[in-house]
Design a protein around this ligand. Structure first.
Ligand code: GDP
Length: 297
């Protein structure tokens, strides 16, 4: 199923209700606005976000008539499009690089969201931009996480620093950073342990790793399939450890899009990158305007 399929058709039925109207009024937009709200909720956007969105769109819509040959229903499409872009953060949020020394990117996230895969994808993505990378395996709990990272590292031809499972993650991170400096790597990407749910042990460990590294970027990897919950996770991790942004994975799956729409608004943190598949090349920047374009079909 196309991620935004339902949302797209829900929105379409909102404009369709206004075909032939000469001006948008408080009265004639009531039903279309309900339609928009319903479509957003069905796409897994949280209720407060959907409410605010409809409120903002309504305020701009009332009083709109024919402008330069563009009919009111088509202008509503434009208003919604612009608000969707804003909702998703407006501009692309670029990765930040350190001014001197290696850029350190700490990746966090719950288990199974695609964090280890993202480590290698990100290295591959940065390599294409001419940056040399090094991966650090600091997930010492999930069996095979280290092996998985080593295999993926080989696939993208990026060195992986490992120190087994007996060394503390913060120490592995420190050692990995030393190694990366020796090798003059431009970027160090650190994989950390996830749990099935948020727990204190995981957060404490992440804080310790963060303190040890003083990272340039702390990115939370979230699974788009978790819908509304994604925005809550970004908020929770941000409050606990302080993050610089999110990476949304599995956008190729049958998520309904709510995560892409809500993360920025709810957490205040941008989605910087998105994953759209299992292949190493399936990682790209998050473009709010293109996403809005896809939603409007
Ligand atoms: P981790 O526990 O967070 O480190 O998760 P992994 O990196 O091991 O990924 C869990 C599963 O999700 C693996 O089977 C990955 O191939 C898969 N996966 C990761 N990212 C994506 C994505 O963007 N799309 C799809 N379809 N699968 C993904």
């Amino acid at each position: 199923a196309e991620m935004f399929g339902q949302l797209t058709s829900g929105l379409e039925s909102a404009w369709n209700k206004l075909k032939g109207e000469e001006v948008l009024t408080k009265e004639n937009i009531v039903e279309p606005m309900k339609e928009i709200r319903r479509a957003l909720l069905e796409a897994d956007v949280s209720l407060p976000v959907a409410r605010r969105f409809v409120q903002t769109v309504s305020e701009q819509a009332v009083g709109v008539g024919l402008i330069r040959g563009v009919k009111p229903d088509q202008q509503l499409v434009k208003i919604v499009r612009d608000e969707l872009v804003k909702l998703m953060g407006g501009e692309v949020s670029e990765l930040v690089f350190a001014k001197s020394g290696p850029t350190i990117i700490l990746l966090a996230g719950l288990q199974g969201v695609g964090k280890t895969t993202v480590c290698a994808k990100l290295a591959f993505y940065l390599k294409k931009q001419g940056k040399s990378c090094m991966l650090v395996a600091a997930d010492i709990y999930r069996p095979a996480a280290i092996d998985q990272l080593v295999i993926l590292g080989e696939q993208v031809n990026v060195p992986v620093y490992t120190a087994g499972t007996e060394v503390k993650p913060a120490d592995i991170a420190r050692q990995g950073l030393q190694e990366a400096k020796k090798k003059n790597a431009d970027v160090v990407i650190v994989d950390t342990a996830g749990r099935l749910q948020i727990d204190k042990g995981m957060m404490d460990e992440l804080k310790e790793v963060k303190r040890a590294l003083n990272p340039t970027e702390v990115l939370l990897v979230v699974d788009a399939m978790t819908g509304q919950e994604a925005a809550g996770l970004v908020t929770a991790f941000n409050l606990e450890i302080g993050i610089t942004g999110a990476i949304l994975t599995k956008l190729d799956g049958d998520s309904r899009g709510g995560a892409a729409l809500s993360v920025r608004e709810v957490s205040g943190k941008p989605i910087k990158l998105v994953g759209r598949g299992e292949r190493m090349e399936d990682l790209e920047p998050f473009y709010p305007d293109r996403m809005a374009g896809r939603i409007l079909g």
